[in-house]
Ligand binder design. Structure first.
Ligand code: F6R
Length: 251
C-alpha cells in the first residue's frame, strides 16, 4: 500500500522523512536502515544530524546498508558513495563505522562482493526502513529499466541517461562517470519491511506518475513499489503534479 505526504519544500520533506527514521530507531534502537545517496535525501540527512546533536535520536546502535556504490572508485574518492555518506551523515553522528555498510566497488571479485553484501544484510536481520530516491528513468538504486525484479545485489552497467544525469559530479563529463556500479537488487529493496520514497522537482513528475499509477513493469523499475505492503512517498508539489492526491496528504 502506498501512502502519500505532499510537502511544499525540501526542508519539510527532510523533516517528515526524519520523523519516520526517528520513529523507527525509537521503536528499535539497533534498526537496520537502508540508505540512498543523491540530492534528494540531503535534507533528511541534515535533519538527522540536527536531531542527533540535539539528543533527539540515538544512532549508537543503528546499522546502515547503502543501496549502491560505483565500481572502481576507492572509498576516499570524493565521488564515491562512501565518501558522500561520511560527509553528509556518518562523520556527523555517533555511529560505529563497522555498522555502516556499502558495497566495495574496489573488490577484486565483484560477484563475491555482491554475495557477501547480501549475506551481511541477512545476518543483520534484513532492512527495517529503506530510504529511496527515483531516477528520471524510474531507476531505484542503480536498478535501471529492464531490471529483473527478483535480483539481489549485483553489478550493473550504468545507463547512458544516468551517466549524463550524474556527470554534474564528474566535471560535467559523462565519460568520467564510472560505467558500472554494484547495487542492491529490487529483491533486496522489496524485502525491506518499510520503504520511504523521496521525490522532488517537476522533472520527476511524469516518471513518478508512471511508477505509482501505471502498470507494474520492469521498464519502470520503481513501479514494483506498488506491490510492497508499506511504502510512504514524500514528494513536493512539483513532483506530485501529475498524481491525484487526497487533500489529507497535503502538509
Ligand atoms: C543513489 C540512488 C539513486 C538515486 C536517484 C535519484 O544511491 O539510489 O537511485 O536515488 O538517482 O537521485 P537524485 O536524488 O540525485 O535525484
Amino acid at each position: 500500500m502506498i501512502q502519500y505526504t505532499i510537502v511544499d519544500n525540501m526542508e519539510t520533506m527532510g523533516y517528515w522523512a526524519a520523523d519516520m527514521v526517528a520513529e523507527q530507531i525509537g521503536r528499535k534502537p539497533d534498526s537496520v536502515l537502508g540508505l540512498a545517496t543523491g540530492s534528494t535525501p540531503l535534507p533528511l540527512y541534515g535533519e538527522l544530524v540536527r536531531r542527533s546533536e540535539a539528543g533527539e535520536v540515538d544512532f549508537t546502535a543503528v546499522r546502515t546498508v547503502n543501496l549502491d556504490e560505483y565500481v572502481g572508485l576507492p572509498s576516499d574518492h570524493p565521488q564515491s558513495y562512501r565518501y558522500f555518506m561520511r560527509e553528509h551523515l556518518f562523520d556527523r553522528i555517533p555511529i560505529d563505522p563497522e555498522n555502516t555498510a556499502l558495497p566495495d566497488g574496489m573488490a577484486q571479485d565483484l560477484s563475491a562482493e555482491c554475495r557477501a553484501y547480501d549475506q551481511l544484510i541477512e545476518k543483520w536481520g534484513g532492512i527495517d526502513l529503506q530510504v529511496l530516491g527515483i531516477g528520471h528513468n524510474g531507476h531505484i538504486g542503480f536498478n535501471e529499466p529492464g531490471s529483473v525484479f527478483t535480483l539481489k545485489t549485483h553489478v550493473v552497467d550504468i545507463s547512458e541517461r544516468t551517466r549524463i544525469a550524474n556527470a554534474r559530479f564528474f566535471g560535467d563529463d559523462p565519460q568520467k562517470v564510472p560505467a558500472q556500479a554494484i547495487t542492491m537488487g529490487i529483491g533486496n529493496i522489496m524485502a525491506a519491511r518499510k520503504i520511504v520514497l523521496l521525490v522532488s522537482g517537476r522533472s520527476k513528475a511524469e516518471i513518478l506518475e508512471r511508477a505509482l499509477c501505471g502498470d507494474v513493469n520492469p521498464l519502470v523499475p520503481a513501479s514494483v513499489l506498488q506491490l510492497h505492503p508499506d511504502v510512504t512517498v514524500i514528494a513536493d508539489q512539483q513532483a506530485a503534479a501529475c498524481i491525484e492526491i487526497p487533500e489529507a496528504a497535503m502538509i
